[in-house]
Design a protein around this ligand. Structure first.
Ligand SMILES: O=C(O)CCC(=O)C(=O)O
Length: 234
């Protein structure tokens, strides 16, 4: 992406707290990640998302280092982006979605030094567990969170259901259609959630998070985040 194409995208992201980058990955690259995750999982029927699958996988590190994606993120940070965390979602039929949350509640990095790239590995929409976003909520920075009284659901991350962020009423939610191979960039403080998967197929996605070099953050006992260098020459 040249600077002329990049600037309006950066503007949109800063104003709205999200951006969809279309066609970042081809079918083959998406399928390779899905097949790899099934290999890592093995015969288990517990489809809880795989945390930090990159730690043992060059395939995932290469996927995260995608040139077009890193070009955007490095420009947003105006510095070098490090990889921070990955989470692979199998999300089989009937899996409940994530409650509204802000990723930076967990990571606690400074506002414009952390970003999430939610990579669709299958076509997603409202019906099959697609994401829900509340545009512009990133301007609020840290919002109040409350306990839901619920416990972990089958095949879902434990943090997906036990707490939720309270979204101020003036914001409207949207459930964007995201094509396989496209990426939803999420500002560190944008409130987002996901729908229950009411389809008959798995909703595959890989969440990749990035940190600006030399930024403080919280490693977290469940996520165990450790920053790592990305090779954007591959
Ligand atoms: O993929 C999902 O359903 C939600 C993922 C998400 O929002 C997150 O991990 O921050």
């Amino acid at each position: 992406m040249n600077i002329k194409d990049l600037e309006p995208k950066l503007e949109f992201f800063k104003e709205n707290g999200y951006l969809i980058l279309e066609d970042i990955y081809n079918d083959e690259e998406c399928n390779e990640v899905v097949n790899h995750a099934h290999q890592v999982l093995g015969p288990s029927d517990d489809l809880t998302p795989l945390m930090n699958i990159h730690k043992s996988s060059e395939i995932i590190q290469k996927f995260m280092s995608n040139k077009k994606l890193l070009n955007f993120i490095n420009s947003y940070f105006q510095d070098t982006a490090l990889g921070l965390q990955t989470e692979f979602f199998f999300m089989p039929p009937k899996t409940v979605g994530f409650n509204p949350h802000q990723d930076n509640t967990y990571v606690k990095a400074s506002s414009d030094s952390f970003i999430s790239a939610w990579c669709a590995l299958t076509d997603v929409d409202k019906n099959n567990g697609g994401l829900i976003i509340w545009p512009k909520t990133h301007n609020e920075e840290a919002l109040e969170t409350v306990d839901t009284g619920l416990s972990k659901h089958d095949n879902q991350d434990p943090n997906a259901t036990i707490r939720k962020t309270v979204v101020p009423e003036k914001y409207n939610k949207e459930s964007p259609i995201i094509k396989k191979g496209s990426v939803l960039l999420i500002h560190s403080w944008l409130v987002h959630a996901s729908n229950t998967n009411n389809s008959d197929n798995n909703r595959y996605a890989l969440l990749c998070t990035y940190l600006k070099e030399h930024t403080d953050f919280r490693s977290g006992s469940y996520a165990q985040r450790v920053p790592f260098t990305l090779d954007d020459t591959v």
